[in-house]
Design a protein around this ligand. Structure first.
Ligand SMILES: *[C@@H]1O[C@H](CO)[C@@H](O)[C@H](O)[C@H]1NC(C)=O
Ligand SMILES: *[C@@H]1O[C@H](CO)[C@@H](O)[C@H](O)[C@H]1NC(C)=O
Ligand SMILES: *[C@@H]1O[C@H](CO)[C@@H](O)[C@H](O)[C@H]1NC(C)=O
Ligand SMILES: *[C@@H]1O[C@H](CO)[C@@H](O)[C@H](O)[C@H]1NC(C)=O
Ligand SMILES: *[C@@H]1O[C@H](CO)[C@@H](O)[C@H](O)[C@H]1NC(C)=O
Ligand SMILES: [Ca+2]
Ligand SMILES: [Ca+2]
Length: 403
């Protein structure tokens, strides 16, 4: 059941080898692990900068070096969010979609492979079970309904309630002694193929139960020979006014396609808040050992969506944002709460939106506190397809070693 997860890890590992993985040490010096340059050849980060949004509705013009003028329209101050029409031409959008299609898209959260029905070997079962027991948070040697819920959410992006998970345990006979938890023995004795099939049915029948339903791929930007991607990166440097080093040493461009029912419930792009003790990943993709330190997000709409697919910022400029209350009311579920959001942006081909996920630290000039109002997501696509691309600009936190 958990092999797809291993596949993802393998993909990430493969990807990050190709990436310029940066290592920063205390004093925010960096060296590149990708080109094997010695870590003594250290470099210091310049300071981050943020635009002034002035007020909602304010428009500022930026002259690009190629003579083009772009307009940044302030949509909210917290997070500081701009809409930038005509950031990309129709041809550039088409080109990026073509590159992504050629690269091949894969599910954002993969599902068990239903065609693969042969029983697993003991070794494979053992690997699956060890993976599962990684979510034994209270280390009691058993995986509870709650722990399994977290695991399924993280692995497949679906959220099931306790009753559904208990039903799954009973139906698939993974809890043989009926104590409501899976022991290591029960995991090893269980029929993993039956569990796979059960999971598939749930997800196929209830696509809206997944927190994320989309396909994606990554396109390398830094050092690419593709002139459209090179221009795009250059334009990002010009409109963000950030020192080039931050943009060039950030993650690759993520291209995402959503079909009908496709969505991404409200979430934060940065994961610093989840565990502030972790180092930043810096340019590489997610791993359990580092945080995604994403100072800025630039999101590009690559097509016009006939209906739905808006980007929603549920708590933008909200004066009294109460996270507990927000969760209790399940407001992050944009399938039901898209139009309750304070800011809702319709996808239009060529438009970019850009927002800051973090403040700047007034001590280091680098990554400061996360902006809790930067919560956002993609509403259900109701008709047609939606293509977007994401550029995340990574920045380190001072006084930390970064991966
Ligand atoms: C942008 O260019 C126009 C002329 O095309 C000029 O009037 C304006 O001052 C420039 N703005 C900035 C911010 O440089
Ligand atoms: C599932 O994960 C998402 C983020 O990926 C989170 O927002 C949500 O609260 C999680 N749900 C449960 C039930 O754990
Ligand atoms: C979102 O709400 C819909 C409609 O109430 C529900 O069917 C779906 O399960 C919810 N999704 C999540 C991830 O909670
Ligand atoms: C947030 O809402 C919860 C539940 O409604 C309430 O118990 C709590 O006191 C609120 N917190 C703040 C800081 O207002
Ligand atoms: C830095 O920011 C913190 C809160 O984020 C504030 O308490 C402190 O006074 C600030 N320091 C300076 C020098 O501005
Ligand atoms: Ca446990
Ligand atoms: Ca049991």
């Amino acid at each position: 059941m958990f092999r797809p997860w291993l596949v993802i890890l393998a993909l990430l590992a493969k990807h990050s080898q190709r990436d310029a993985v940066l290592v920063a040490s205390a004093g925010h010096e960096i060296c590149s692990a990708a080109n094997h340059s010695p870590c003594s050849a250290k470099q210091t980060y310049p300071k981050l900068v943020r635009h002034d949004g002035v007020q909602v509705g304010h428009v500022q013009s930026i002259n690009l070096t190629d003579g083009q003028v772009l307009h940044l329209i302030t949509k909210s101050l917290r997070p500081l969010l701009f809409e930038i029409p005509k950031f990309l031409s129709a041809e550039e959008c088409e080109h990026i979609i073509k590159l992504a299609s050629n690269a091949g898209l894969f599910q954002s959260t993969t599902l068990p492979d239903i065609d693969d029905e042969k029983a697993l070997t003991d070794q494979e079962k053992k690997e699956d079970c060890l993976q599962l027991f990684g979510s034994d948070e209270n280390h009691n040697g058993k995986v509870s309904v709650w722990e399994l819920g977290v695991f399924l959410n993280q692995t497949y992006g679906i959220s099931l309630n306790n009753a559904d998970i208990e039903m799954m345990l009973t139906t698939t006979n993974f809890d043989r002694d009926g104590d409501g938890e899976i022991s290591l023995n029960e995991c090893m004795e269980g029929d993993h193929v039956v569990l796979d099939r059960y999971m598939n049915n749930i997800v196929e029948e209830h696509p809206q139960q997944r927190t994320r339903l989309s396909q994606q791929t990554w396109l390398q930007m830094s050092g690419t020979s593709d002139s459209v991607l090179r221009d795009l990166q250059d334009r990002v440097i010009q409109i963000t006014k950030l020192p080039r080093i931050f943009v060039e040493r950030s993650e690759d461009l993520q291209v995402v396609q959503y079909g009908v029912h496709g969505h991404y419930h409200a979430h934060y792009d940065s994961t610093v808040k989840n565990d502030p003790s972790l180092p930043c990943c810096m340019g590489s993709k997610y791993s359990a050992k580092c945080s995604q330190c994403r100072f800025l997000t630039v999101l590009y709409y690559l097509n016009d969506v006939p209906r739905g697919g808006e980007t929603a910022f549920p708590v933008a400029d909200e004066e009294h944002f109460n996270e507990t209350e927000f969760e209790e009311k399940d407001l992050s579920n944009l399938s039901t709460h898209c139009y309750d959001a304070n800011v809702v942006i319709r996808p239009r081909r060529g438009t970019a939106i850009m927002w800051y996920n973090h403040m700047i630290s007034n001590m280091s000039g680098l990554l400061g506190p996360q902006d809790e109002h930067s919560l956002h997501g993609g509403c259900d696509v109701l008709e047609g397809h939606k293509w977007i691309a994401n550029n995340w600009i990574n920045a380190p936190i001072e006084w930390k070693d970064h991966l």
